[in-house]
Design a protein around this ligand. Sequence first.
Ligand SMILES: Cc1cc2nc3c(=O)[nH]c(=O)nc-3n(C[C@H](O)[C@H](O)[C@H](O)COP(=O)(O)OP(=O)(O)OC[C@H]3O[C@@H](n4cnc5c(N)ncnc54)[C@H](O)[C@@H]3O)c2cc1C
Length: 458
Amino acid sequence: MRYQDLSYWLSSLDGPLTPRPGLPGDTDADVVIVGAGYTGLWTAYYLAGADPALRIVVLEKEIAGYGASGRNGGWCSALFPTSLPALARRHGRDRALAMQRAMRETVGEVGRVADAEGIDCDWRAGGTVVLARSEVQLGRARAAVAEAREHGLDDADLVLLDAAEAAARCHAEGVRGGTYTPHCAAVHPAKLVRGLATAVERRGVRVFERTPVTALRPGTAVTPAGVVRAPVVVRATEGFTPALPGQRRAVAPVYSLMVATAPLPEATWAEIGLAERETFSDYRHVIIYGQRTADGRLAFGGRGAPYHYGSRVRPDFDREPRVFAALRRVLGELFPVLGPEVPVTHTWGGPLGVARDWAASVGLDRSTGLAWAGGYVGDGVGTSNLAGRTLADLIRGEQTDLTTLPWVNHRSPRWEPEPLRWLAVNAGLKVMFSADEAESRTGRPARRAAAFSHLLGH
Ligand SMILES: Cc1cc2nc3c(=O)[nH]c(=O)nc-3n(C[C@H](O)[C@H](O)[C@H](O)COP(=O)(O)OP(=O)(O)OC[C@H]3O[C@@H](n4cnc5c(N)ncnc54)[C@H](O)[C@@H]3O)c2cc1C
C-alpha cells in the first residue's frame, strides 16, 4: 500500500511520504504519545510549547496523518458531537455554553497556529452552509436556529437562510433554505497534519514512524522495536483504538467515505457558488459533507459504510464501491451542472471513533498516568486541537478554564460485546437510510430516525 493512495489529500502533497525513522530501541521519556494524528500531535505541540524541557516521544504505527487526520473532509468546525441541549441537560447550561465557546475559539486557534508555524493548509474561514432541500429539512433548519436562540446564540452564530440566500451561497438543486454559521474553516487536512508533525519536531519532540504500539500499560508503551518508559502515556489512536489490547469495546470504528472530482471549470463554479469556500451539507439524516478545495475540486463525503463485526479496522474497509457510487449520485443530484457522469478522480475513506454514549472525551487518570482523547464521532478536526491543549494542561497539573470543561475525564461506557454491537450499529445505519428514503417519498418526517441521529449526524 502506498500512503499516497490513502486519500486525495495525501496524494496531492508536494514531496514523497517517506517514513521517519522508527524507534531505535528502549527509551525513557516524560510523556509518550501513541498515534501521530491531530490528537497526538496537538498534544505534543502544546506540551512542548509550555515546557520545552519535557522529553516527549510520539509513536506512530505508519506515518503522521495515516489515520483520519490525513483523510477527512477538512471541516475545521466548532461542531461538538454532543448537542448543546444534551450537554446542558447533563452538565447545566453554563458549562454547556462554556464548551460551545471553547469550540468556537478553537477554530480560530487552529488557523492562528497554522499561520504562526507556516503551515500552508489552504485555510479559508468561509463558514458552513447547511441546505434544506425539502419542507421536512426546512423544519429541521428552523428547529436548529430556534434551539440555538434558546441557548443565547444569535445570528452571528447561526442564521436561518431563505431559498435565495441559501442558493446564493451554494446553488444546489431544489434548495428551499438552510442555515449558515461562520464558525468553520475549510482546510487541506493532510497539509495540516503533516505540517504539524514538522512543527512538533521543531519544538524538540521525537516522532518515530512505522512503530506500532502493541501494548499500553501504566508507565510503558511496548513496541516490537523496544519499550518507551514514561510516567505519562497518552492514547491518541481514535478509530484504531479497538486493535489495542484491552480496548476492543472502548470505541466503535465507524467508516466515513469520500470522493473528489477533477478540478472544475470556472463556469461550473459560477453556477455552484461556494465563493467563500463554505463547507456544505444538508439536513438529511445520513450525513453528507463537502468542501470546494483550493485547487477547484469538490471533495465530498458521507457516512453509511457498514460497521464491521468485532470493531475490526482493515485497509480494504476504506473502499466500499456501493457507497462511492451513492456519493457520486448524490453529488450529481445536488449539482446537475456536473453532468450525468460526475467527474470523480479519487475515492477513499477511513475509520472514526464513536463512544457508546456518543460523547467525546479527554482525560488523564492521575493514579496510572494513562491519558486519552477521542470519540469525536467525525468532528475531530477542531475538537482534537481543544483536546491537545487540554491534555497539555492536565499533564502539567495546571487547573485552567479548559480542564473544567464538561468533557474532561468523562468516562463513556463500553460498547456491548458482539454480536450485539454489530446488530445495534448496523440497525442504526439502516434506520437512518430508510428514514431519508421515506422522507423524500412521503415528504413527512421519519420519527424513528431521531433515536439514531447521533450515530451518523454531526
Ligand atoms: C473520511 C473522513 C472524513 C472526516 N471529515 C471530518 C471533517 O470534515 N471534520 C471533522 O471535524 N472531522 C472529520 N473526520 C474525523 C476526523 O478526521 C478525526 O476525528 C480526527 O482526524 C481524529 O484525529 P486523531 O488524531 O484522534 O485520530 P487519527 O487521525 O485517526 O490518528 C490516529 C493515529 O494513531 C495511529 N495508531 C493507531 N494504532 C496505533 C498503534 N497501535 N501504535 C501506534 N500508532 C497507532 C494511526 O496510524 C493514526 O495515525 C472525518 C473522518 C473521516 C475518516
